[in-house]
Design a protein around this ligand. Structure first.
Ligand code: AMP
Ligand code: GLY
Length: 428
């Protein structure tokens, strides 16, 4: 079978690496890929959001299965475009992807499905949002732009003044463009955040082991938000019993409600949860694998990923046995360019990759890398996802940082405390 992976980050490297191991895979293409995906298959110079060019490539190469990494092509309707050409693709349709691309749709669906989520109000103009804030008790809230804003359209506020400022930025100054045409203001929750990803064909649901990422740039979860500075899987915060609860009370009703609304959901349903005293509540849904969560998760998965994604795309996930997982844990430490998540330079030669890769339970997934004059150089903010497995979280952490130390480029940095949040829940 010929497989196409769409995207260029660490998530897509992990997907290409795992799919390339399948005995069913004859060729694996990655569009556009990075310097790491070259080792797993063939990079194709087509941007991840160039849907017509991807359709044309898939037709010409007779691709048997396309797997979409990032949200933009899903929100643009890549799945609809492939299906119209009878091409098999794993991911949600444009209408189903609104679960991520519209926070208003997501919150209203959660309310309809009676899924636990923070209290919220929807506003169609900034003035009514401001009036609402003035009229109610001063409470911590979160102000969200309705549309996709590269993870920046969510502003967590401590008081009314900050919330007013957030409404101004999103709704009046339009810092995120038309993404801010509608606003959600919701109750701010405190607690531990967990990611639960599940593969579904719209009927059968296959939850993956829960994971946690570290979104803030600096140690101790301080500093600005990023795409994710590291992740680990599984997280002890959500035990087997609570995961079943999440499946029954969150995943199943959401998948049912999507079907009921005429938007059956196929692909990865990723629930971003806050674990509160009243139990888990949904902060957001994503409609794709999380990045970096995908990296430690797939590094622990035993067996063949390809038939799982293929049967999910065909609506026959019930034929698949759930996969086994390596015991213990895996962690992924993101190595970033100097200046990230602000501006940074590119083109710095990276050294030590082979040495790090020679460690037995380590896989260095590439994100922002490129090949230039035969050398691998930096080409993005998040550059590498150094991923390691071990019998425990602390053993995996030790291995990952051992590999990190072997890798160098000018200005390289990472958080030193990835997975430490788990330690207060376990005694290893
Ligand atoms: P989202 O894009 O909706 O996932 O929001 C990004 C981040 O904002 C989440 O991962 C949380 O850290 C934070 N966040 C979103 N909603 C809330 C909330 N209701 N209470 C507290 N934090 C939140
Ligand atoms: N790591 C969070 C995300 O992929 O959105």
């Amino acid at each position: 079978m010929k497989v196409l992976v769409v995207g260029s980050g660490g998530r897509e490297h992990a997907l290409a690496w795992k799919l390339a191991q399948s005995p069913l895979a004859t060729r694996v293409f990655i569009a556009p890929g990075n310097a790491g995906t070259e080792a797993e298959g063939e990079n194709v110079p087509i941007a991840a959001d160039d849907v017509p060019a991807l359709v044309q490539f898939a037709r010409q190469e007779e691709i048997d299965l396309t797997v979409v990494g990032p949200e933009q092509p899903l929100a643009l309707g890549i799945v609809d475009a492939f299906r119209a050409e009878k091409l098999t693709i794993f991911g949600p349709t444009q209408a189903a992807a609104e679960l991520e691309s519209s926070k208003v749709f997501c919150k209203e669906l959660l309310r309809f499905a009676a899924v636990p989520t923070p209290e919220f109000h929807v506003f169609h103009d900034p003035q009514s949002a401001l009036r609402f804030l003035e009229s109610r008790k001063d409470m911590p809230v979160v102000v969200k732009a309705d549309g996709l804003a590269a993870g920046k359209g969510v502003i967590v506020c401590s008081n009314r003044q900050e919330a007013i400022e957030a409404v101004r930025r999103i709704g009046i100054e339009k810092q995120f463009g038309s993404a801010g045409d509608r606003l959600v203001i919701e109750e701010r929750l405190d607690g531990e955040e967990v990611s639960v990803m599940a593969i579904t064909d719209g009927r059968t649901i296959l939850p993956l082991p829960p994971s946690q990422d570290h979104k803030r740039a600096y140690e101790g979860d301080q500093g600005p938000n990023t795409g994710g500075m590291g992740a680990y899987c599984p997280t002890p915060v959500l035990d087997e019993k609570l995961l079943r609860w999440v499946e029954e009370r969150i995943l199943v009703p959401t998948v049912h409600a999507m079907k009921h609304k005429g938007r059956p959901f196929t692909g990865v349903l990723y629930a971003g949860l806050m674990i509160t005293r009243q139990g888990p509540k949904v902060l957001e849904f994503n409609v794709r694998f999380g990045d970096p969560e995908c990296q430690p998760t797939l590094f622990r998965m035993k067996g063949d990923l390809l038939p799982i994604l293929l049967e999910a795309a065909r609506g026959r996930l019930d034929r698949i046995e759930p996969p086994d997982w390596e015991p213990g844990a895996a962690i992924c430490v993101v190595m970033a360019s100097e200046g990230y998540p602000g501006s940074y330079e590119k083109g710095k030669p990276i050294r030590g990759l082979e040495e790090a890769q020679s460690l037995e339970n380590v896989k260095v997934f590439h994100a922002g890398t490129a090949r230039k004059d035969g050398q691998i150089v930096t080409a993005g903010g998040r550059v590498l996802g150094v991923t390691a497995r071990g019998p425990s979280i602390s053993a995996a952490k030790y291995e990952a940082y051992r590999a990190v130390k072997m890798i160098r480029w000018e200005g390289a940095w990472c958080r030193k405390d990835i997975s430490d949040r788990a330690l207060k829940y376990i005694q290893e």
